[in-house]
Structures are given as structure tokens and as C-alpha cells.
Design a protein around this ligand. Structure first.
Ligand SMILES: Nc1nc(=O)c2c([nH]1)NC[C@@H]1CN(c3ccc(C(=O)N[C@@H](CCC(=O)O)C(=O)O)cc3)C=[N+]21
Length: 403
């Protein structure tokens, strides 16, 4: 072990390593019993596009590591499969007033973009679904059933689950579900999943994410029957989405909702340059694959992209899903581009009754002056996510009843 590593180890809560030694170093340090159970590991590669200097806050691959979790080994895999690390966007800490940094012509322009009304489009889809459910009930005596597994007491999760159940009731679905306490075991959650897997009245199973920290999400999602994975999160459905010609049974609801918004707003996708900002499993990555399948040329911009604004400015279609309030400014958008904002960030707002309001990942007042079409937050992608969940559940029921 070199002097550098020894020096790093003196600081018991943080370790910095330079690839390619990082995996060896971190594993060695973390397996040492003298280390506290949680440490922060920073590692840098020769490709890191920023400089490291002591005492300065830097954007390294910094990660809280809990040694009690076995499956976290992959966090340190700087391998041919890629460099693992969290996505941390460096932005100004305070919510900017949405105007300071853009050019004068953007500031003085009118908001000319057509608003893509996700709420209205989602209502149309729900009406179509309700119609089909009525026919199904008349002809087979059965209706689609959705089971929602909620674990823990996150207020936002409880709200989402409530709106999903309400949406189910409105279109005539049967709704099943269980609310488990925060301290439930993974085995209990798995048992509920298996129970719904075997229940012929259940056509779709949704395990609300995130799960409590002591559970392995991958394992729980993997336990959902592929035929009932209406979230499209099961690795088999994801794999089939990626492989050309292998149609997945279900596709993740949020990116599916984005594509549906584009199609129903008359936006041509084929031949266009689409930029997807964000590379998550649930939105960015599947959205990029789906745009490609619609013959767009796709660029993925992420937290390590050195010039995100410049690249995004070349896009005809922009889908943003990073979870950073108002990251995308008006001057990131090419005049006439179509902007789909997946972000849902709650920011303090004393003028509101609740004390907060929702903003997207796009600075809407700026972007609406440059784009030709744009989705609002709320009332854009959010309602479409729920509509696509209902659509997936209906498709699942149709598939079962046919076979
Ligand atoms: N297994 C799983 N599947 C999910 O699909 C899933 C999940 N876990 N965990 C959490 C996220 C989040 N999510 C939303 C769905 C609808 C709105 C929505 O309808 N939003 C409205 C209202 C927002 C409001 O006013 O609070 C809107 O944007 O207009 C938002 C967020 C699904 N998620």
C-alpha cells in the first residue's frame, strides 16, 4: 500500500483513491475490522473531467458505504461494464430565480410554446381504458386487478399509492393492496409478492419504490412474476426492451407516458435528434431506448457530461429526468424544440398554502419562450405515468383472458 493510501486511511471517515487501484483499496479498507461501518469513499479516474484539490468541494464518485450490506460490492466496480457512482449534478444550491443567466432575447420573449396537457391526455386514455373494461366485464365477467405493495411510512409514497388506487376504481379495476410497516422483513414483502403472483384475480403487481433501506429492491422486483410486472422493472422485461425484436411484456410507465405524449401531440420522432438528460433505470435509460426504437437519433446527457447545455441545444426533442429543480435553463433549448419535463421537485414557497410547490427539472418560464411544445409540472408527465400503469394492467388482463 502506498503512502497515499496510508495517508487516506488515517482519516477514518473518508478515503480517496485513484482508479484503477480503487477497487482493491476500497475492498481492503472496508474489510478491515478497524473501520467504522459507514465510510465515504471518493474515487477518481483518469477520465474524470474535473480537478481535485484539497479542501475544495469536488465532484468525485462519493458514496456513503454501509459495510453491513453485502450486495454493495458492485459500487466499486470500475470495470469494462463501466464506472459506478451516483449521479450528482453540480448546480447552484439555491433555487435560481429562473432568469439571471440567460440571454436578453430569451428574457424579453413571449412564452409561445404550446402546452402539452398531460392531464387532459391522461383523462382521454383513462376513458378509453374504462370503455374496454366495460366490454371485458360484459363478455368475460372479469375485470383487471392491480395489487399495490406499500412498505413503510413515506408520505409521498402513501400519496402516490392513494392516487393509483383511486385511478383504478375510476376505470373499473379491482384494486388489491397491502400496507406493511417500515420494520417488516424482506421475507414478508416477498411473501406478499408471491401471494399476488399466485392470485388469478391480480393481473398487475406494483411494489412502491423506494423500499426501506434494509431491503434489496432488486431481489423484490425480481420476485414479481414477469407476466404481472406492470411497472416494467423486472430485468427480463428491461432486457427484452433493449434487445431488438424481443418485445417486452411491459415497459416502464413514465418513459412510456413520455412517448405517448409525443405521439398524441403530433410530434414526429423519426429522424429527429433526441437528447435524454438522465440515465436512471426507471426513466432515462428506457426513454433513450424507446426513442431509438422510434427511429430518433439519441444522445444521453448525464451528470458527468462536461458540456450538457451545448449538447442539449442541438436537440429537436428533449426529455429531462434527473431530479434537480430547474436544471435546464432556457438557453439549453434550441428554438422550436419539444421539451418533456419528467422532474417533480418540491421547493419551499411561503405564498402557497402547503408551504411548497412542485417544479420540474426544466426552468419552465424560460423554456416556454424558446420551445415549440412543453409539458408543465404538475399536469404533464405525472398523470401519464398513472394512465400507463392502468394501460399495462389492462393489457396484462387481456393477455391472461385470451390464453
Ligand atoms: N414501483 C413504483 N412505480 C412507480 O410508478 C412509482 C414508484 N414506484 N415510486 C414513486 C414514483 C413517482 N410516481 C408518480 C406517479 C404519478 C405522479 C403524478 O400523478 N403527479 C401529478 C400530481 C402531482 C402532485 O400534485 O402531487 C402531476 O405531476 O401532475 C407523480 C409521480 C410513480 N412512481
Amino acid at each position: 500500500m502506498g503512502a497515499f493510501v496510508r495517508a487516506a486511511m488515517l482519516n477514518y471517515h473518508s478515503i480517496t483513491a485513484f482508479a484503477p487501484c480503487s477497487e482493491r483499496v476500497t475492498n481492503r479498507v472496508l474489510s478491515s475490522p478497524s473501520w467504522p461501518s459507514a465510510v465515504t469513499v471518493n474515487f477518481f479516474t483518469p477520465l474524470s473531467p474535473w480537478k481535485v484539490s484539497s479542501g475544495q468541494s469536488y465532484r468525485g464518485f462519493s458514496r456513503e458505504v454501509d459495510r453491513s450490506r453485502k450486495s454493495e460490492d458492485t459500487l466499486f466496480g470500475n470495470s469494462i461494464y463501466g464506472i459506478n457512482g451516483p449521479d450528482q449534478w453540480s448546480t447552484r444550491n439555491d433555487l435560481h430565480p429562473c432568469r439571471a443567466l440567460v440571454q436578453d432575447e430569451v428574457l424579453s420573449a413571449e412564452a409561445t410554446a404550446e402546452v402539452i396537457d398531460g392531464k387532459r391526455i391522461a383523462e382521454d386514455i383513462r376513458r378509453e381504458i374504462a370503455q374496454e373494461v366495460m366490454i371485458m366485464k360484459d363478455t368475460t365477467g372479469q375485470v383487471p386487478g392491480l395489487a399495490v405493495v406499500l412498505v413503510g411510512n413515506r408520505v409521498d409514497s402513501a400519496t402516490y399509492v392513494r392516487s393509483k388506487k383511486k385511478a383504478c376504481a375510476e376505470v373499473g379495476f379491482a384494486s388489491y393492496g397491502v400496507d406493511l410497516p417500515e420494520n417488516s422483513t424482506e421475507e414478508e414483502v416477498l411473501n406478499w409478492v408471491r401471494n399476488y403472483n399466485d392470485d388469478p384475480g391480480v393481473h398487475g403487481i406494483l411494489v412502491q419504490l423506494p423500499l426501506p433501506k434494509h431491503m434489496n429492491e432488486e431481489k423484490v422486483i425480481g420476485a414479481i412474476s414477469v407476466e404481472k410486472d406492470v411497472d416494467g422493472f423486472h430485468p427480463l422485461n428491461v432486457g427484452r426492451l433493449v434487445l431488438q425484436g424481443r418485445t417486452p411484456l411491459f415497459v416502464s410507465c413514465t418513459p412510456k407516458g413520455c412517448i405517448e405524449l409525443l405521439l398524441r401531440s403530433g410530434v414526429e420522432i423519426a429522424g429527429k435528434h433526441a437528447v435524454v438528460i438522465g440515465r436512471s433505470n426507471v426513466v432515462g435509460t428506457p426513454a433513450a431506448i424507446m426513442l431509438q426504437a422510434h427511429n430518433a437519433t439519441v444522445t444521453v446527457v448525464h451528470s458527468r457530461t462536461p458540456n450538457p447545455a451545448e449538447i442539449t441545444r442541438t436537440a429537436d426533442i428533449v426529455i429531462v429526468a434527473v431530479g434537480v429543480a430547474q436544471l435546464v435553463r432556457g438557453d439549453w433549448i434550441k428554438p422550436g424544440a419539444v421539451v418533456i419535463d419528467v422532474g417533480m421537485n418540491s421547493v419551499e414557497d411561503p405564498t402557497k398554502k402547503k408551504g411548497y410547490r412542485l417544479v420540474g427539472d426544466v426552468c419552465y418560464p424560460e423554456a416556454a419562450k424558446v420551445a415549440s411544445k412543453i409539458t408543465p409540472v404538475p399536469g404533464g408527465v405525472g398523470p401519464m405515468t398513472i394512465a400507463m400503469l392502468l394501460r399495462n394492467t389492462l393489457d396484462s388482463a387481456k393477455r391472461t383472458l385470451k390464453s
